[in-house]
Design a protein around this ligand. Sequence first.
Ligand code: SF4
Ligand code: SF4
Length: 477
Amino acid sequence: METHFSKEQLKNKDNLSSEKILRKCVHCGFCNATCPTYQLLGDELDGPRGRIYLIKDMLENNKPANEKIVKHIDRCLSCYSCMTTCPSGVNYMHLIDHGRSHIEKTYKRPFSDRFIRGFLSRVLSKSINFRVIVILTRFIKPFRFFFPKRVREMINLMPGKFPKKTLKKMQIYPTRKKKPVARVALLTGCVQKVISPQINEATIRLLNRHDIEVVVPKGIDCCGSLNHHLGKSDLAHQFFRKNISIWYDEYLKNGLDAIISNTSGCGTTLKDYGFIFRSDKDFKKKAEKISELTRDISEYLDANVKLNFIKNKENKKEYKIAYHSACSMQHGQNIHHVPINLIKKTGNQVFDIPDGHLCCGSAGTYNLLQNDIAKKLLKNKISNIEKVNPQFITTGNIGCITQIANGTNIAISAVASVKTSGVFVTTIFLFIAASRSMFPKPTAKLEIILTLSESFEMTSASNFSLREVSIPSHSLL
Ligand code: SF4
Ligand code: SF4
């Protein structure tokens, strides 16, 4: 694509990067074929090619954003499906990030928009703020019908109560052996640690059992992606810098073999820190190191951990599991087969979901800000999941777990770890998202609570017995 940036404009690092991206685009429109919003809305401007033109026009002509541009850019999920389709290697992720930041700087949104986006930015990225809001929401929930639709939908998505924690909060989770085989930092996330601490706990247990020491350094909350995707670059950079400094210090002082993310949305952003700080002389080297160290939990297990799968004679049952490949995992990090293969090793059947490249509508704060489109995407996702008739759904992203659990009664789990007591079985699933404690209404047929003894028990099984669920055919010890 021809570009017309002036020399002066190209002194700006973001313009320079965006110009390179734009020049790669050959207008072919292949990307439209896999864009969820283009498929739903059928408008060229709601597809990647149209959005690329809108961003190009704003940046090249130093134009402030307007209502029309904002509408179409806001409708983008940042699912990056277009990136894995594009034959020319256009980095749409970096371009849309630049576009969003430009919108935030040049466009004054209506008051209600500013208020809601500001609220989400401040509340969701700080776990303490989020906890307070969850508690307050309990009191206003019975009166939610008096609120505008958008607020009402947000209230509906708030968890009813906090799940019970089973691990003591520590900064270092040591291994049983005196000398660990590796030392990793775990990003516990902002929203995740409030609504689903079990995912982090299971990750720690799994790593510890494989003699890997886990560090959760104090001071790290949000990865920064929430504000980054809202176009709030300054706020996002505050999180980025803080995280980079803390992890880099830990890496220098005590050594880190990896930084583990068990939520692919956050992992994608961590892996992008190097690019984000590409021109920052103080942070460039540190940010590159953090990105280099970052691994999704499935990626790390597959490449670095010798997992022993022991045939469990007692177990004869295979489960049908639908694997939902989160967009940030498959399109953002290009990880798709690794989690599937890990799950298959437990002896269960894993099914790809038809049209699995399409987003479930979660996309960070998208299901809160673009509720109508998100609901349509969820409906399509659930209908595709039902086509494979699974007993469980599993995925590697907390946002997708929350979204999908709100649309189906099929139990959904995070790809993590559980060790059952008594039968010595470790699986790579953590059956948590079906828990009533996570969601405002019981959305699944199973409720499984992890206990301190690393066992899990089912408290409200309607379709499965405890024995059936707790014994996958292979164990992982
Ligand atoms: S990121 Fe997703 S929604 Fe946005 S243009 Fe690309 S495919 Fe479409
Ligand atoms: S597929 Fe790639 S090259 Fe073709 S229009 Fe889309 S972004 Fe441009």
